[in-house]
Design a protein around this ligand. Structure first.
Ligand SMILES: Cc1cc2nc3c(=O)[nH]c(=O)nc-3n(C[C@H](O)[C@H](O)[C@H](O)COP(=O)(O)O)c2cc1C
Length: 322
C-alpha cells in the first residue's frame, strides 16, 4: 500500500461509511485510505455471519481499504484476519476506542485500554494471521478515565504497522476539545519506540487545510476525518466546491447516493434509516430545510425516499432555495 505523506483517511463510522457512502465520497473527493465500519469477529465466526458480511463489501473505487474488527475472542480475530487477506483488503484494524457502554461492559473496544493482557492476545492473534505482508493497525483513544501514556507505549511495543489516535479518553466521549498535545507526545513516543509505525491523528478536523496543518505541526503521518464529511462531502478536495454549490446540485448528489443505495442493497441488507439521516448533509442551510428534512426522515422505504426527493426537485426547481 503506497500512501502519500501526509495521508488522509476517511474514518470508520458505523451505519454511515458503508460501501455506498464510500463510493459517494470516492466520486466527490477521495481520501487516500478508507476504513470499513467496525465488524464483530465473534458474529462473523457464528451462524449469524451472513448478516454482517455486507459491512465487509467494497468496490475497487473504495481502495485502498482497511477492515476494522472488534470483538472478544482472539481465535475469531485470527480466523477473520485470514479471510480478510483473501478478500483484497489492504490491512486490518482493531477497534480499541469505541466508548459505547454495552460494548465496554462486554470487555471489548475501549475496555481493552484497561485490560492489556486481553489487548495483547488479540493483537498477537491478528499479527499471527496477518504474517509479514498484511498491515495490522489499532485505532484507540488516549486513555480510559484519565490520559494514560502507558497505553500507547504498550501498543507501540507491539510493533504495529499503524496506530490511529482519537485524542480523547473514553470517559470524555466527544465532549471536550481533542488533546492534540497528547497526540504529539504519542508521536514522540512513536519516534523513540517504534519509528516504523505510522501515526494517524484524529478528532474534530473539519477541512483538508486543517488536516495538513495538524500533520505538519505534530509531525504526523496521517490525519483521519470523520464527522467533517457531514459538513462537506468534498472535505478531501484540494479546493472544495461544496460552499458554492447550489441546493439543486446538493440534492442531485443526494439523488445519486439514493440510487446507488437502491442498486447496492437490493435485498434490504441496509435499513432505510441509515440512508435518510443523510438528508442532513445534503439539505441544509436554507429556509424550509428543516421541514423538508422531516419529510425525508419520515420515509420508510428507499422508494419512498427517492419519490420524495424527485417530487421536491420537480415542484420547486429550487431556484428559490438558492
Ligand atoms: C456515527 C459514528 C459512528 C462511528 N463508528 C465508528 C466505528 O465503527 N469505528 C471506529 O473506530 N470509530 C467510529 N466512530 C468514531 C470516528 O471514527 C472518529 O474517531 C470520531 O468521530 C472522531 O473523529 P471526528 O471528530 O473527525 O468525527 C464513529 C463516529 C460516529 C460519529
Amino acid at each position: 500500500m503506497q500512501l502519500p505523506q501526509p495521508f488522509l483517511v476517511l474514518a470508520p463510522m458505523d451505519d454511515v461509511t458503508d460501501s455506498v457512502f464510500r463510493q459517494v465520497v470516492a466520486s466527490t473527493a477521495p481520501p487516500d485510505l478508507y476504513f470499513t465500519e467496525f465488524v464483530n469477529v465473534d458474529g462473523l465466526q457464528s451462524p449469524g455471519r451472513e448478516k454482517l458480511l455486507p459491512k465487509l463489501q467494497f468496490t475497487a473505487q473504495e481502495t485502498p481499504i482497511i477492515a476494522q474488527l472488534w470483538g472478544k475472542h482472539p481465535e475469531n480475530y485470527y480466523k477473520t484476519t485470514l479471510e480478510l487477506k483473501e478478500m483484497g483488503f489492504a490491512g486490518v484494524d482493531i477497534n480499541m476506542g469505541c466508548p459505547d457502554k454495552t460494548v465496554v461492559k462486554n470487555g471489548c473496544c475501549s475496555a481493552l485500554i484497561n485490560n492489556r493482557e486481553a489487548a495483547g492476545e488479540i493483537i498477537r492473534a491478528v499479527q499471527k494471521a496477518a504474517g509479514e505482508d498484511f498491515p495490522v493497525s489499532v485505532k484507540t483513544r488516549i486513555g480510559f478515565s484519565e490520559i494514560d501514556l502507558s497505553w500507547p507505549e504498550f501498543l507501540l511495543s507491539l510493533k504495529l504497522n499503524m496506530l490511529t489516535i482519537h485524542g480523547r479518553t473514553t470517559k470524555e466521549m466527544s465532549k471536550v476539545p481533542v488533546h492534540w498535545d497528547v497526540i504529539n507526545q504519542i508521536r514522540e513516543l512513536r519516534d523513540q519506540l517504534s519509528p516504523t509505525t505510522l501515526l494517524v491523528g484524529n478528532g474534530d478536523v473539519l477541512t483538508r487545510q486543517e488536516a495538513m496543518e495538524k500533520a505538519e505541526e505534530y509531525k504526523l503521518d496521517g490525519i483521519m476525518i470523520g464527522r467533517g464529511i457531514f459538513e462537506d462531502p468534498y472535505v478531501f478536495a484540494q479546493q472544495s466546491p461544496w460552499p458554492d454549490m447550489t441546493n439543486q446540485q446538493k440534492m442531485e448528489l443526494f439523488q445519486r447516493h439514493i440510487e446507488l443505495f437502491a442498486q447496492t442493497w437490493q435485498n434490504n441488507e441496509r435499513k432505510v434509516h441509515t440512508l435518510n439521516k443523510f438528508c442532513k448533509v445534503y439539505i441544509n442551510g436554507f429556509d424550509g430545510a428543516k421541514e423538508l428534512r422531516e419529510r425525508f426522515m419520515a420515509a420508510s422505504t428507499v422508494e419512498e425516499l427517492r419519490d420524495t426527493l424527485l417530487a421536491v426537485m420537480a415542484v420547486a426547481p429550487l431556484g428559490h432555495l438558492d
